[in-house]
Design a protein around this ligand. Structure first.
Ligand SMILES: [Zn+2]
Ligand SMILES: [Zn+2]
Length: 346
């Protein structure tokens, strides 16, 4: 089978490897589609550990099951979540599944950028979902990123009557717009710098789309006049720029919540004024990944059409062009979600 091996964004090599044999309780999946994540473009994060086999947004067909595995059958169309919690550690007992050590450690092998991959019994038991007939393999790859969006909305405790400000409308931001609408949110302000993305945000249902000015005070006044309140009840920062984080803190309502969603560089920092946070009772929080409850909600949202998966996929590539897909994703020029697709009979 062909496996893509990552060295850096411009150097991805195709290796020929034997198709793995599923062991006790494992499954072998023939990959049909695999999404490219912004995380797959972060060289500072990836190259120190390279060479790597990536791909954590994978869907496919079960082709073989190991001894003792009868929860799925050959022919089942599945999406396998790469990270699964142990369910018994202290983090899991408190419901913080994405903080679980097992969650961080678990993967599918060798990854989604491979013609086949295996997954453990625990993967099958805890977070392998059967795709309904109306959800394509390509759309199935959105279950993982969409689960991250659902996780963030839960972590920010967003309710239908909250006003929400969303900063940044990459592919994830566009998912936020759709999920927030499905959540019942009616008051939404979207900030985006790039013009083509502003247009996309409108197409995906955002009514108020603003270009952030350099003057934060001006933005505070603008948000106040649109919402008729001191700020947005919930702010989601889905952009990595530090200016977006500063803006997010300033446009939050008194008693509001600011959630950091994008992944900043480890060296990055922003000034925080504790007295401002104190007098405004701000909650500053974040969201990492999504758990097995979020993936189920994500698949439901795709299956019922509340999130238009097809419209989020802008580029398709064969495995051999993974480097192009990574560079396209990193460029932020004209692409939403890039997906690696595989022929049915490879
Ligand atoms: Zn991802
Ligand atoms: Zn655990």
């Amino acid at each position: 089978m062909k496996v893509a091996v990552y060295y850096n964004n411009r150097d991805v090599r195709i290796e020929e490897r034997p198709i793995p044999v599923p062991g006790e309780g494992e499954i072998l999946v023939q990959t049909r589609a695999s999404g490219v994540c912004v995380g797959d473009t972060m060289e500072w994060y990836l190259t120190p550990r390279a060479p790597l086999t990536l791909g954590h947004e994978a869907s496919g067909v079960v082709v073989q099951t190991g001894p003792g595995m009868d929860l799925v059958r050959p022919g089942d169309r599945v999406v396998v979540h790469h990270h699964i919690p142990c369910l018994i550690c202290e983090h899991c007992r408190r419901g913080n599944f994405t903080m679980c050590e097992t969650f961080r450690r678990t993967h599918i092998h060798p990854g989604g950028f491979s013609e086949y991959f295996t997954a453990s019994r625990e993967h099958v038991e805890r977070d392998t979902l059967i795709l309904p007939d109306n959800v394509s393999f390509e759309v199935g790859t959105l279950v993982e990123p969409l689960a991250c969006v659902v996780h963030a909305i839960r972590r920010a405790n967003i309710r239908p009557d909250d006003s929400v400000a969303l900063i940044g409308t990459g592919a994830m931001g566009l998912m936020f717009i759709q999920v927030l609408r499905a959540w019942g949110v009616r008051k939404l302000i979207v900030y985006e710098v790039l013009e083509w993305r502003q247009q996309k945000a409108r197409e995906f249902g955002a009514e108020v789309v603003l270009t952030p000015s350099r003057d934060v005070e001006e933005e505070v006044r603008r948000v106040q006049s649109i919402l008729g309140s001191p700020g947005a009840d919930r702010v989601i920062v889905a952009a990595k720029d530090l200016s977006a984080m500063n803006l997010g803190i300033r446009i939050a309502n008194k008693g509001g919540t600011v959630l950091f969603f994008a992944t900043p560089h480890p060296e990055d920092s922003i000034p925080l004024y504790p007295s401002y946070v104190f007098f405004n009772e701000l909650t500053i929080t974040s969201s990492y990944s999504g758990d097995h409850n979020d993936t189920r909600t994500a698949l439901d949202l795709l299956a019922c059409g509340a999130v238009n998966g097809e419209a989020l996929i802008s580029h398709r590539y064969p495995l051999e062009q993974l480097s192009d897909a990574i560079l396209q994703t990193a460029s932020r020029q004209g692409s939403l979600k890039c997906v690696i697709t595989f022929e049915e009979n490879h």
